[in-house]
Design a protein. Structure first.
Ligand code: NA
Ligand code: NA
Lengths: 112, 93, 546, 160, 969, 128
């Protein structure tokens, strides 16, 4: 499990990093989104992986059987903030596109 | 005995559904047209919903149900938006 | 628990409630909004001063515990704590001191240049205050995001090509930094199992070696996130364009933003990796030192190379950051004392300077102000045009007052006497050149010479650049019209400069405070004790009745 | 605005609430309140209010459709696994519809779509034609007949 | 005299300065002058009153505590030397004020002039009176600043601006060095107090830091005193009004340097380094200054170079390390001040009367202004060192010291010859001054052809000073004697040598040198006379080697060209390199600690890998990679694939027992997809591939980025794996698991953390969302799409055209038909989704869900109506006030938190209990639920606001810009 | 699978059958989705999953939890209802979008106006 997940996180990170280094704003926003998936999974993984464990304290569940709730709470916060910032970045890139006439991240086409 | 039967059928179902998802992904990646990709995503959503349900059976817990229900109830929204974008070039007019 | 103890959380709640209430008021009722915003900021200032006085009176563990606020009445390290100590109180006061003039400045015209200025401004204050107060690593992330989100909004306030272009870069880089922050925090949690900074400091000591490297890797990533915010070279190229593009009052309050990064670096490096705490002690100091050197060099060069005043100010921010990073990197209490004084002084200066620039450039002829971002907004009639009215009367002696303010800014930036910039520089240099106490025969290490040289060099570059721009602005422009400047625009600048004057005159008490702050930072046991032993209220806050 | 603008809807929502939560008096009350609130929100949209005339036919339609779905599932599975039988092909099919009621049309679309092998492509309101796509056709008229007589007739009886 | 008055003496000029500045609007020329004059006079008198104290050998001190921790107190200290200088500063200051009253023209802003002048006087007094080295350096820099303002007084003149700037740059830099130097000195001594420093000479000279200290202090002093190689600012400072030159460049500012050297003479002098460093600079200045002075065309230029030379003389004397030389140096400081100030004033009068200072134009002025001419001649003679004038006395003392052997070396042995040559040069330029200006035919080519004597009171200062030259020159011991003695004693103390101030010492070697110099100088002048009448400005050999030009060029090169180059090459304004750096740094930040600790990732057996999970992740990886590859040309595809990654993330969360995350990720996923689609409409069409891959540089860039991406990805994998595989520490989570139900009143621990244990995070988080919504809203209010994005999309145009062409259709029918059936379903889903949203919200505390997921779901319900019916249709029916939702959400959350205050608990303390209601049974009533309601409300408001704000752009009408787009630079 | 052992054999068999049916249909649908040559044919493939594919898994889940819990559990039915109701929306929107895109590109294989019936087998045309 850990191996698969960490590989997946790595691939998502790599793809995200590749994208945020691209010149088009749209590529960057896709890259940032991929990166936030990767980071959310990473945070989540930090608490250790529990397959098929209980998620809720029910009568008779051992508290220790639950997966670490702290990273989950952190991921939830991170998801919300990630959503907010994605929205913001989108709008700013739209505004930049409108004002500069291009979707290049620097607001102009690179000559080289 | 029933545990074994269930175990194998669940495993098989999970595997089948995950292969189904992979096949849906192929259309998402290779298209060839945008509509194929969108349809692929819709199918991916559906299959993952089924996978979640299967998973719920496997875990004996109902907590996966909500996630599945959300896909069933809301999953179509993004597909609708994508389709409308393909059709009209604009999502909300 | 009496109401006075809730004062600790007031710097967060007051702007939050104000910001929310302002949303309920129609955009067209500008005066009402402005009044509420100003009132809130004044209250904030008063609260900050009260907390500052409290922090200044902390003399032992019992008093220190009084400065800890257990949110939700959950004991540390489980709940989130807010901590008022000398450092956080200093930052609160600094924030409030910047906020009030910036806000007043904005009332002249800028607050109408876009929607929801006042709410965004209050939220920015909330984020800043929260970041300074919180004693929890993840909560710090949240407040970072609050202040960044508000800063995005304020940076883009007034829109326009340059702002949006700069904003795009600013946001992209800060989003990347936020991701790094998350990675770093989660790794630290994964290794130590805690998010509370004081608890973290305790637990770091007992982390076994094979985990320690992960801890350090996490701290390294976290450090990158902070250093991006602090503006360390080469992670700081976004900063000058962003600060230049921001509206003047926004840039005025932005002067504190990089200091948040500095604050966190200072706080965490001394708390978690302080001397003798663990085998990781002193982690990253070299990076800070070298990075600080590079930053101050780059900043100084940028200052020299700046044609437009706005960019000059932007690079001055980098100089300030570089100086502080370098000082922190040297890891000496006495230098930290000077650095804290410098932090206060340079922040006030840069804030005043950013606002002054707008006033000065207003009087420039069109050719000169092609560089001024503000023109981009003015020259471009749109629906949310800042109101240009008959109110802008050319006051008698306007140029003289602006000139004096400009000179004062130049003097402060260059670290020339007699203002606080000099005192700060003197305090730092004196500590740097005194490796083994006054009067000893010890030599000054080579690295100190480099540091001293760079500080002098940065002052020199500021001197050259400020003279050049000052001459061009005040002396060489013959046909420049008299800028139409309102009293509420000059007053904030004067207020900030007066604050530096106060800092100069009261250098003794101020330096004593900084010294106590630096001491407390380098011996964090009191902070740790205060947080871990802070008392909950009552037997337990909530009971489940089955 | 009446207190209960869409009683059937409110009832369904209450049912949904009770299915989602366990049945209890508390949930009955809470669910009723929520259902009423939600049906108010529906009223705000001012949708075309469908009038169902023949409840009995609705049940019959459901039975027919479920049966058809099973059959067509098998047919499509067979098609995918074994390939197309000779003489069969897939095709677009235009069906002139007499049904005009949007809710009825919606229901028809659900039926057509839920039945594997038939796809609802395009409805032209000015001409009243429905363009369908059939996966496996031997004779087009057979399909037009199914749609017109098996589904549309019932639907018209239910809604019009 | 009371010690307090020292502070008064210092503050007085500054107060006067402010008072004068406040006269800004006055029309009167005299009022500011009267004010300034009175201030200067009172200061002079006050200083004079200290004479009894200092002559008694007392050191008057006043100390005000300032920064005692750092040894920085505001200490003022007056001894004989300081007194003598204070008298010069205040006395000559007074004379300059009187002079300036007549010199300045009516058009000049008079109050500003006097204000700056008084401020400068205060700063200079500060230098002289400082009893603390740091305070001294403070006033030192102040003199630089005010000198800048004074030199640049006529700022409409480019020369004035450049001269002012150069002076400030050079002396300011020197000041920085001085500061470091005195800090070092203070640390060697253990105190910045002047008395302590003066007493610690032996310690200082033996200290390993002596040399750096000395060099730094010397740089400070030499820049200030315009000594080689820092001399060139002074001639350029001649653009200042002449009263300024008379004051700053003869008596005060430039004297500060040698003053400091004399002041620290007991501490620093007498070493090999002192002699060589200071001596070389002094002797070079001495000779070169005199040489350059000969060839100046500008009267003030001549005087400026002469000043450099005379200050070189003083520096040379100080460098010798002999007490007698120090006496001579101090004596010459005073003498130079008097004759040079009077000469500047005379030059000013000439300039004032004739309109020029060019000696090639001036001629025969004696007949127009005999009185002034006489005064100038006497002062010139003093400058040349003619007997019976004060300059002669100190020059003779210098010659005597030059002959003596101090530190045996080439320099020391050459000194007599150098001194004689210097003497000859000074005679030559003095004669030139007198001869060309006052004798010969009447001038023909001057702007003001009718010069005459200046007003009576304009001559008065010159007369006073020239009178002083004469008195000192004739009866030195009766005039300057006691004062000099007091000053010398205070500097040298017990080292004070016996010296004689007699005019006649018999026929001595120095006298012979003087004679040689006189004769040589006269011959030199007569030889050069013809040449000088027509030559270009500047000395023959060095004409093209002008310090000013070199300085300017260096300044421009370093501070402009290089700086811009460096900034452009070490910095960037492009985003990609910056993100590259961020990625690289993050990688290094994690990799280096791991590498240094010898990290080796250990792989666990692969057996436990669930094939289905692996398959899911193959999907996840494939979609991520494909999204990365397709994002440029196939935006929709990339979005779809991003959705694929999102689905895999959700499944993973669910699989790993985190249903809350799965739910939240799902709803966010949906909204994000719609959001990005809303944005896609405004992006430019990407038609045809830009074939950049063929270019080698582009390919290399991509390769580098690929490498970076692989490194970051691999690094992240390794980190993730390492963190996941390590044993779980004793975390705070255990506390939450143990107490969530008993104390937090909820079974869903994650939710209890979110709304209770760490509710404060959530409050911040929703604030972020609210802020972003506001920002989006504000930014989009001023949104202007690119011109090609305005109007309907391509698809809409085609479909509308089709409808248009059909007889039975009208435009818009296609879309109406398109949505006819779907919108029915979408409408019926509206109440269903709302119900579901409330369900998610209410169950959150005990089961997966919560305010956030519920809020987004609610927002999706609204969104769906916009999708199905369009903006106008939806807003016709639904009046959503998102700002209200946001504000209320925040206020509810805060109010919940504040509520606990009233029961005596801190903010956000939760209160939960199960309330028993009739018929219903136990109902959970946690305050956290109320808090979550705030979250719900805000999330609905913010999400809707963001989506709707973007959607609204489609129905807005835009003013299409006709003007050309602003070009980027 | 904490409670799987408590399940009666008949229930295990029924649940397994429904599971395999649902998952199998979904898989076959996806196989068709990748194999079928035109978009309009591929459009049919996912409906296997949305109809009885979903139905099978939902049935399996309901039976399983009802038997395990000893009380009727049928909230999964909601999933079935929602999927059934929403699938037509996505499919028809997507199909029509594809149709218009094809028309706009002048694809001769799609009917140009809805009234025009194209009786020709589009597969055959594809081979031409
Ligand atoms: Na179908
Ligand atoms: Na669907």
């Amino acid at each position: 499990m850990e191996l698969v997940l960490s590989l997946g996180i790595g691939i998502m990170t790599g793809s995200g990093v590749w994208l945020i280094l691209r010149p088009r704003t749209y590529q960057v926003i896709i890259g940032l989104s991929l990166l936030s998936y990767a980071v959310n999974l990473f945070i989540f993984g930090v608490g250790g992986l529990k397959v098929n464990g209980p998620a809720i304290l029910a009568d008779g569940t051992e508290a220790a059987a639950l997966s670490d709730p702290v990273p989950q709470a952190l991921v939830l916060t991170a998801i919300v903030i990630g959503f907010a910032t994605t929205a913001l970045f989108l709008v700013v890139l739209l505004a930049a596109r409108g004002l500069t006439g291009t979707d290049h991240v620097d607001g102009r086409e690179q000559s080289q | 005995m029933s545990a074994t039967i269930l175990y194998w059928s669940l495993t098989a179902a999970q595997l089948m559904l995950s292969i189904a998802m992979a096949l849906a992904l192929l259309r998402m990646v290779f298209g060839p047209r945008a509509q194929d990709r969108v349809l692929g995503l819709d199918a991916l959503y559906l299959n993952s919903m089924l996978l979640l349900l299967v998973f719920g059976i496997g875990s004996g817990r109902t907590i996966y149900f909500e996630a599945a229900l959300i896909i069933g109830l809301l999953g179509f929204v993004s597909t609708v938006a994508l389709a409308k974008f393909l059709m009209r070039g604009e999502v909300i007019e | 628990m009496n109401l006075g103890q809730h004062l600790i959380i007031a710097p967060i709640l007051v702007p939050l409630v104000t910001g929310a209430l302002l949303l309920l008021i129609d955009e067209r009722r500008r005066l009402q909004k402005a009044m509420i915003g100003v009132a809130s900021t004044i209250i904030l200032f008063a609260v900050a001063v009260a907390l500052f006085r409290f922090a200044d009176s902390i003399d032992g563990p019992e008093a220190a515990r009084q400065g800890v606020y257990l949110l939700g009445n959950w004991a540390a390290p489980f709940g989130i704590v807010l901590v008022v100590d000398r450092l956080s109180a200093l930052m609160l006061v600094l924030t409030a001191t910047l906020a009030l003039p910036s806000l007043i400045f904005a009332l002249a015209r800028w607050h109408t240049a876009g929607a929801h200025f006042h709410s965004l401004f209050q939220f920015l204050l909330m984020g800043l205050n929260g970041a300074f107060l919180t004693g929890d690593l993840f909560n710090l992330f949240v407040f970072f995001e609050v202040l960044l989100a508000a800063s995005y909004g304020l940076l883009l306030h007034g829109s326009g090509l340059l702002r949006v272009k700069a904003g795009l870069h600013y946001i992209a880089i800060n989003l990347a930094a936020a991701l790094l922050f998350l990675i770093g925090v989660s790794m630290i949690y994964g290794v130590t199992g805690t998010l509370n900074m004081a608890d973290l400091a305790v637990r770091v000591a007992s982390v076994e070696p094979q985990k320690r490297m992960l801890l350090e890797a996490g701290a390294g990533i976290l450090g990158v996130a902070f250093l991006i915010k602090a503006g360390m070279w080469p992670l700081n190229f976004w900063l000058p364009p962003a600060y230049t593009a921001a509206a003047a009052p926004v840039a005025g309050i932005f002067a504190i933003l990089t200091k948040v990064g500095i604050y966190v670096v200072l706080r965490l490096s001394l708390l978690v990796f302080g001397e003798g705490t663990s085998s990781s002690s002193g982690f990253g100091l070299q990076v800070l030192l070298i990075g600080g050197m590079a930053t101050i060099t780059f900043g100084a060069i940028g200052v020299l190379a700046s044609q437009a005043l706005g960019r000059l100010a932007g690079f001055s921010v980098l100089v300030s950051s570089g100086t502080l990073l370098m000082a922190i990197g040297l890891g000496s209490g006495a230098i930290t004392t000077g650095a804290l004084f410098y932090l206060a002084s340079s922040t006030l200066t840069i804030s005043a300077f950013f606002m002054l620039i707008e006033l000065v450039e207003r009087g420039q002829d069109a050719g000169a102000s092609m560089l001024a971002v503000t023109m981009e907004v003015y020259g471009d009639a749109d629906e949310d045009e800042p109101e240009e009215g008959g109110e802008g009367v050319a006051l008698p002696g306007t140029m003289a007052v602006l000139g004096i303010c400009f000179a004062a800014c130049g003097i402060l930036l260059a670290g020339l006497p007699p203002l606080s910039g000099f005192v700060a520089k003197f305090a730092m240099l004196s500590a740097m050149l005194e490796p083994a106490g006054s009067g000893s025969a010890a030599l000054v290490p080579a690295v100190m010479w480099v540091v001293v040289f760079l500080i002098i060099l940065s002052g020199l570059s500021a001197l050259i650049a400020m003279t050049r721009s000052g001459i061009r602005t005040f002396w060489a422009s013959l046909e420049g019209t008299k800028p139409r400047v309102l009293v509420i625009e000059v007053a904030p600048v004067l207020l900030l400069l007066l604050a530096t004057l106060l800092l100069t005159v009261q250098a003794g008490p101020a330096m004593r405070y900084m010294d106590a702050t630096a001491r407390a930072l380098s011996a964090p046991h009191q902070y740790i004790d205060a947080v871990t032993n802070a008392r909950q209220v009552g037997p337990a806050s909530a009971e489940v009745q089955q | 605005m009446s207190v209960l603008p869409y009683p059937l809807l409110a009832l369904s929502l209450l049912l949904m609430w009770l299915i989602l939560n366990s049945f209890s008096v508390g949930h009955l009350l809470l669910g009723s309140a929520i259902a009423i609130f939600a049906s108010w929100s529906m009223a705000a949209l001012r949708p075309n209010k469908p009038r169902i005339r023949r409840w009995d036919l609705l049940a019959r339609l459901l039975a027919i459709v479920l049966y058809d779905i099973i059959l067509s599932n098998i047919a499509v599975v067979a098609l995918i696994l074994t390939g197309r039988r000779p003489g069969h092909h897939s095709a677009f099919l235009a069906v002139p519809l007499d049904l005009k009621d949007p809710t009825g049309l919606a229901l028809l679309s659900v039926i057509v779509t839920s039945t594997p092998g038939t796809a609802w492509i395009e409805y032209n309101s000015s001409e009243g034609t429905l363009l369908m796509h059939i996966l496996d056709v031997e004779d087009e008229t057979e399909w037009i007949d199914i749609v017109k007589n098996r589904y549309e007739r019932l639907l018209r009886e239910i809604f019009e | 005299m009371p010690e307090r008055l020292l502070f008064f003496l210092l503050v007085l000029p500054f107060a006067g300065s402010i008072a004068t500045a406040l006269l800004l609007r006055t029309a009167s020329r005299s009022l500011p002058a009267w004010l300034a004059g009175s201030v200067a006079l009172i200061a002079t008198i006050t200083t004079a009153l200290y004479y009894p104290s200092v002559t008694a050998g007392k050191v008057v001190r006043q100390e005000i505590s300032w920064l005692p921790e750092l040894g920085l107190n505001f200490t003022l200290r007056m001894d004989g030397f300081a007194w003598l200088f204070s008298m010069l500063v205040t006395g000559i200051g007074f004379l300059v004020v009187v002079y300036a009253r007549y010199y300045m023209s009516a058009e000049d802003p008079i109050p500003r002039f006097f204000s700056f002048l008084l401020a400068f006087m205060g700063a200079m007094l500060g230098v002289v009176l400082s009893g603390n080295l740091i305070v001294l350096s403070i006033f030192w820099e102040l003199t630089s600043i005010f000198s800048f303002l004074l030199i640049g007084y006529w700022y409409h003149n480019a020369n004035a601006r450049d001269g002012a700037r150069m002076a400030l740059t050079i002396t300011g830099t020197g000041g920085f060095c001085l500061l470091v130097g005195v800090i070092l000195l203070g640390h060697i001594v253990g105190s910045y107090d002047l008395d302590a420093v003066l007493a610690a000479g032996d310690v200082v000279r033996a200290h390993p830091l002596y040399v750096p200290t000395l060099i730094l202090i010397l740089i400070g002093a030499l820049t200030k005193s315009a000594q080689f190689p820092f001399h060139f600012w002074l001639p350029n400072a001649m653009a200042a009004p002449t009263p300024v030159s008379a004051y700053l460049h003869s008596a005060t500012m430039v004297k500060a340097g040698v003053f400091l050297l004399a002041r620290l003479w007991p501490t620093l002098s007498g070493t090999f380094e002192w002699f060589w460093l200071l001596g070389l600079a002094g002797i070079t200045s001495l000779v070169l200054g005199a040489y350059f002075a000969i060839f100046q065309r500008d009267l003030k230029g001549l005087l400026a170079y002469s000043t450099i030379s005379h200050l070189g003389l003083i520096a040379t004397l100080l460098s010798l390390g002999s007490p007698l030389a120090a006496v001579a140096a101090i004596f010459h400081m005073v003498n130079h001040a008097t004759f040079k100030a009077s000469l500047f004033m005379a030059a000013g009068i000439i300039d004032h009367e004739t309109g020029t200072r060019d000696m090639q134009k001036l001629s025969g002025l004696y007949r127009f202004m005999p009185h002034t001419a006489t005064l100038a001649m006497v002062a010139c003679a003093a400058m040349a060192g003619v007997p019976l004038l004060n300059g002669f006395l100190s020059k003779e003392m210098f010659f005597a010291e030059a002959v003596e052997t101090h530190a045996d070396s080439i320099l020391d042995r050459a000194l007599p010859y150098i001194a004689t040559i210097y003497g000859a040069f000074s005679v030559a330029y003095s004669i030139r001054f007198i001869h060309t200006v006052f004798f010969g035919p009447p001038p023909t080519d001057i702007p003001n052809p009718h010069p005459h004597e200046p007003p009576r009171w304009m001559r008065f200062p010159v007369e006073s000073l020239v009178f002083a030259c004469l008195i000192v020159g004739i009866v030195p011991s009766m005039s300057i004697g006691p004062f000099l003695s007091t000053a010398v004693l205070s500097v040298l103390g017990t080292e004070t040598p016996h010296y004689s101030l007699a005019v006649w010492h018999g026929i001595t070697l120095p006298l012979m040198m003087s004679v040689v110099a006189m004769v040589g100088g006269t011959i030199l002048y007569s030889l050069l006379q013809k040449y000088l009448a027509h030559c270009e400005d500047g000395p023959p050999i060095f004409r093209h080697l002008r310090g000013q030009r070199i300085f300017e060029r260096i300044l421009v090169t370093v501070s402009w060209k290089w700086a811009r180059w460096v900034e452009a090459n070490l910095g960037t304004r492009r985003l990609q390199p910056q993100l590259r750096l961020v990625a690289g740094f993050s990688f290094a930040a994690a990799a280096i600690p791991l590498y240094l600790s010898g990290f080796e990732p250990k792989l666990a057996p692969l057996a436990q890998v669930d094939p289905a999970f692996a398959m899911i992740w193959i999907i996840g990886m494939l979609s991520a990679v494909s999204a990365a590859l397709l994002a440029k040309y196939h935006r929709v595809a990339a979005l779809v694939l991003l959705g694929g990654s999102g689905v895999v993330t959700c499944i993973t969360f669910a699989w790993l027992s985190a249903p809350d995350l799965a739910i939240t990720q799902l709803v966010v996923e949906i909204v994000t997809t719609v959001l990005l689609l809303l944005g896609l409409r405004w992006l430019p069409k990407r038609v045809g591939k830009i074939d950049e891959s063929t270019m080698l540089s582009a390919r290399l860039r991509r390769l580098r980025d690929f490498g970076l991406a692989v490194a970051c990805g691999a690094g992240m994998s390794i980190l993730a794996y390492a963190v996941m595989m390590q044993p779980v520490p004793d975390t705070i989570a255990n506390y939450f698991l143990d107490n969530a139900y008993t104390q937090g009143g909820g079974k869903n621990v994650v939710n209890v953390i979110l709304v209770d244990f760490r509710g404060f995070d959530t409050m911040g988080e929703i604030t972020v969302l609210g802020i972003v919504a506001l920002t989006v809203f504000a930014l989009l209010r001023r949104f202007r799409p690119a011109s090609e994005s305005i109007g309907t999309t391509e698809q809409q145009q085609i479909q509308n055209a089709f409808d248009d062409a059909q007889p039975d259709r009208k435009p818009g029918d296609t879309v109406r038909d398109y949505l006819l059936v779907p919108s029915v379903v979408m409408q019926w889903m509206f109440p269903v989704i709302i119900t579901f949203a409330i369900y998610l919200f209410l169950r959150g505390h005990d089961l997966p869900g919560g305010g956030f997921a519920g809020g987004i779901t609610m927002a999706i319900a609204f969104l769906l109506q916009y999708l199905g019916g369009g903006t106008r249709w939806a807003e016709d029916r639904l009046r959503i006030l998102p700002l209200r939702w946001i504000a209320l959400g925040l206020l509810i959350a805060v109010a919940t938190g504040v509520g606990s205050w009233f029961v005596g608990y801190p903010f956000l303390s939760s209160h939960s209990q199960y309330v028993a209601l009739p018929f219903i049974g136990k109902v959970p009533a946690a305050s956290a639920l109320l808090f979550d309601l705030g979250v719900f409300s805000l999330v609905v408001g913010a999400t809707v606001l963001i989506l709707i704000a973007i959607a609204h752009q489609s129905i807005r009408t835009y003013r299409i810009r006709t003007e050309p787009k602003p070009e980027d630079t | 699978m904490s409670h799987a052992a408590d399940l009666p054999l008949w229930a295990a068999i029924v649940v397994s059958a429904f599971l395999l049916l649902g998952a199998g249909l979904a898989l076959i649908g996806m196989i068709g989705f990748t194999q079928l040559p035109t978009f309009y044919q591929r459009l049919h493939a996912p409906t296997l999953g949305t109809s009885w594919g979903t139905g099978g898994v939902v049935m399996a889940s309901m039976i399983y939890f009802s038997v395990i819990g000893g009380r009727p559990v049928f909230h999964e039915i909601l999933i079935g209802i929602f999927v059934t109701v929403t699938t037509p929306v996505t499919l028809m929107l997507l199909a029509q979008a594809a149709l218009h895109r094809d028309r706009a590109e002048g694809d001769p294989d799609v009917p140009s106006v809805s009234a025009t019936v194209s009786p020709q087998d589009d597969e055959q045309r594809l081979e031409q």
